[in-house]
Ligand binder design. Structure first.
Ligand code: PLP
Length: 392
């Protein structure tokens, strides 16, 4: 264990909290029933467990339990929201607005809809990663049916102004979807106050298991219609067929329950760790913070480093820390991150970026080790570059 790098990639996924694992275990063995079985106790106890998670999630975002639709994660929730609205409302209009820094699980369904004839406006972001609301204002058309803007960015941690965007959409009768995969349990979310109509959630970014998520679907004021994307036994009020995965659902509920109970204190701890890392790295020249300085997730620190090669930087950091770089996270491509280029960075600077995703189980000692090694790596790379004479 001691030779494994320090895990600082909590925007990619998080370890499952032991308390979550303990809550899940009985649902693999004794309480293995199908929540749809209505004629015996095995089904009833599974159904009760599912109901409990629905209530926890609903409370977490100020919704009602009937408005929670379980999915396999945020990717599926985003697909269901975007394609489901497009299919249900195409007679009303065929224009959708989203943002350049969205996750591919939002951008790619939009691209797909474009091939079917929908028009997609992709809003740029400002240098700090926030959208300019006057640009959103100008993008609205009579035929706009959906606006999709994420709650918290998975690369730079920026928190978009959900309440303002929700207000603008509601005034125009346009459905507002938010991808809250990185936000659930970490920042306060309120679908009423923020006028959100659809919200994608996932468990594995908040110390829950992988393979489970949910879509909040507003049922009142206004009621949102969705065309199902998976047909079958009519589970989840017809919006998502398939036998519910009880152990994962139990784990999702427990993870969110813990995150909410510990949110304030956890955010204080994470902020302290992030500030410590940031201030140590700031001893060096030419380190840029990516994303708004304060309107961001507590555990996110994303920096671009001048005067180093991105690949060499990652290679130098890897033995000591598990972090992500500024290349697109899909391993199949080597393009620079679309989020960092949207901030206006050159390709070279986008590549030379590091995302530190600090989480619940990181310690002060780990942060100090990471800072020390990162500084030494950057200094040594810069020295080499100067010697070879290819620096800029
Ligand atoms: C991780 C992530 C997703 C994908 O979630 P899965 O549950 O892994 O499908 C979508 N959006 C954002 C912002 C994410 O961070």
């Amino acid at each position: 264990m001691s030779t494994r790098p320090i895990y600082l990639d909590c925007h990619a996924t998080t370890p499952v909290d032991e308390r979550v694992v303990a809550a899940m275990l009985p649902y693999f063995t004794e309480r293995f029933g199908n929540p749809s079985s209505i004629s015996h106790v095995y089904g009833w106890e599974a159904e009760a467990a599912v109901k409990q998670t629905r209530e926890i999630l609903a409370t977490a975002i100020n919704a009602t339990p009937e408005e929670i639709v379980f999915t396999s994660g945020a990717t599926e929730a985003n697909n269901l929201a975007i394609k489901g609205v497009a299919e249900a409302y195409f007679q009303k209009g065929q224009h959708i607005i989203t943002v350049a820094t969205e996750h591919s699980a939002v951008l790619d369904p939009c691209k797909y809809l474009k091939t079917l004839g929908f028009e997609i406006t992709i809003l740029p972001v400002q240098k700090d990663g926030l959208i300019d609301l006057t640009k959103l204002e100008k993008a609205f058309r009579p035929e706009t049916i959906l606006v999709s803007v994420m709650a918290a960015n998975n690369e730079i941690g920026v928190l978009q102004a959900l309440a303002e965007i929700g207000e603008m959409c509601r005034d125009r009768n346009i459905i507002f979807h938010t991808d809250a995969a990185q936000a659930i349990g970490k920042i306060p979310l309120d679908v009423q106050a923020m006028k959100i109509d659809l919200m994608s959630l996932t468990a594995h970014k908040v110390y829950g298991p992988k393979g489970i998520g949910a879509l909040y679907v507003r049922r009142r004021n206004p009621r949102v219609q969705l065309a199902p994307q998976q047909h079958g036994g009519g589970h989840e009020r017809g919006m998502r067929s398939g036998t519910l995965y009880t152990p994962q659902i139990v784990g999702f509920g427990k993870a969110v329950e813990i995150a909410l109970a510990e949110q304030t204190i956890e955010n204080q701890c994470l902020t302290e760790l992030r500030q410590r890392l940031r201030s140590q790295l700031s001893q060096l020249e030419g380190i840029h913070l990516n994303g708004h300085p304060t309107q961001r997730l507590a555990g996110n620190l994303n920096i671009s480093v001048e005067g180093v090669d991105g690949a060499a930087l990652l290679l130098g950091l890897q033995p000591v820390m598990a972090v992500s770089s500024g290349s697109a996270c899909s391993s199949a491509t080597t393009a620079p991150s679309h989020v960092l280029t949207a901030l206006g960075h050159s390709e070279k600077l986008a590549y030379a970026s590091v995302r530190f995703g600090i989480g619940r189980f990181n310690t002060l000692e780990e942060i100090d080790i990471v800072a020390k090694h990162a500084i030494a790596t950057i200094q040594s790379l810069r020295k080499q570059t100067t010697l070879v004479g290819t620096g800029d």
